[in-house]
Design a protein around this ligand. Structure first.
Ligand SMILES: Nc1ncnc2c1ncn2[C@@H]1O[C@H](COP(=O)(O)OP(=O)(O)OP(=O)(O)O)[C@@H](O)[C@H]1O
Ligand SMILES: [Mg+2]
Length: 343
């Protein structure tokens, strides 16, 4: 077996993978672009299912998979390959048993890296979060995607200074939006060579199905969690919108603690506040966290039918407005019936 093959993954359907209408639709669209010969780029905020979907697409392509994670420290040789160490050859001559003769020679050893392996054998490349690598490290991709040729550095050996990319080679990219910390702007020329699909947070059915599949909590309790997370997201009052990971964290913690989100359960409230406040603020500012915790408190109370409802439609920066409480509802009803009597 060749050394380089150790980095190759088998294309296998993912366990717990949820295929809702929403997921199927994106999968089919992406596969149709791939079939037409174009690399696909899944772009979107954290937790929108990009990496999972990329792996799912790769499993549908049914070719071995090579995965690269974008990295600030990457250089082209991390993608293509380089002279990594030496190969030592030792010849032990025991022709005359009493005499031991050894001969050693050292040869500089070229090791193909994952991108070269994928191009050479026509594998599927998943380049996850590719904009975390510096743009110059990714330049090598320009000719691979357009001319289907890969420039090879001198030192690799071989007769040709380039490698013809195998026709079965497919590339799937993922990235976070440019405003994310640690992300570089993707080169226009590179982006122009791929079809970008912008993903957003899951629709209700998918978020529920993913949380159910991951934590295996009851449907009713999972719905409560998903409603809280979606309510917080829709409030648009967070620095970062909470993601399906928040739903999964709450659901899994509940599960291991053998708790239910019951009315009396202040631990559920605390758990939601801890998980969602940490997920949605970058700097851990007290004001931000306080605001998020307050919204979460209102949403939990609403879901459990113990408190107030809040207006989540306001713009970021507004204070939370309590527009109706159970008491105020009762009061309103009484006023209405009084008005009915007097008229
Ligand atoms: N179709 C799916 N079926 C089951 N689980 C899923 C599905 N899509 C996403 N998930 C789960 O949702 C979570 C977030 O998905 P994923 O890691 O793919 O998001 P992402 O967009 O790559 O996020 P990031 O930008 O932070 O890397 C993960 O726990 C993942 O296992
Ligand atoms: Mg990812």
């Amino acid at each position: 077996m060749i050394d380089e093959m150790t980095t190759v993954l088998e294309p296998r359907p993912l366990s717990d993978f949820v295929e809702t209408k929403y997921v199927k639709d994106i999968t089919n669209r992406a596969l149709s672009y791939i079939k037409a010969g174009f690399p696909v780029h899944l772009r979107g905020p954290s937790g929108t299912g990009k990496t999972t979907l990329a792996m799912h697409l790769a499993s549908k392509i049914e070719r071995p998979v090579v995965m690269i994670h974008g990295d600030e420290e990457f250089s082209t040789s991390d993608l293509v390959g380089g002279e990594h160490g030496y190969r030592i050859r030792k010849v032990v001559d025991r022709f005359i048993s009493s005499v031991l003769k050894t001969e050693e020679d050292m040869v500089k050893r070229w090791v193909d890296n994952r991108l070269t392996v994928a191009c050479k054998y026509g594998f599927t490349l998943i380049y996850d979060e590719f904009t975390r690598s510096r743009p110059e490290a990714n330049n090598i991709l320009l000719s691979i995607l357009q001319e289907k040729m890969m420039d090879l550095p001198v030192g690799r050996g071989g007769e040709e200074p380039y490698l013809k990319v195998d026709p079965d080679f497919t590339a799937i990219f993922t990235s976070n939006p440019e405003e994310y910390a640690g992300v570089h702007r993707s080169q226009d020329a590179l982006r122009d060579r791929m079809i970008t699909m912008d993903l957003d947070h899951f629709d209700y059915d998918t978020e529920l199905a993913v949380t159910l599949a991951k934590a295996k909590l009851s449907r009713q309790n999972t719905q409560i969690i998903v409603n809280i997370v979606r309510g917080l997201r829709e409030s648009e009052k967070c620095e970062f919108a909470p993601t399906v990971r928040g739903c999964i964290m709450i659901a899994k913690t509940l599960k291991v603690q053998k708790l239910t989100p019951s009315k009396s359960n202040s631990r559920f409230m605390q758990m939601c506040q801890d998980i969602l406040a940490s997920e949605t603020s970058r700097v851990g500012s007290k004001t931000n966290q306080g605001r998020v915790k307050e919204i979460v408190r209102e949403l939990v109370a609403k879901e459990l039918g113990i408190g107030k409802t809040i207006d989540v439609g306001k713009k970021a920066g507004d204070s939370v407005t309590v527009i109706e409480t159970i008491d105020s509802k009762k009061e309103k009803k009484e006023n209405e019936s009084l008005a009915g009597v007097s008229s």
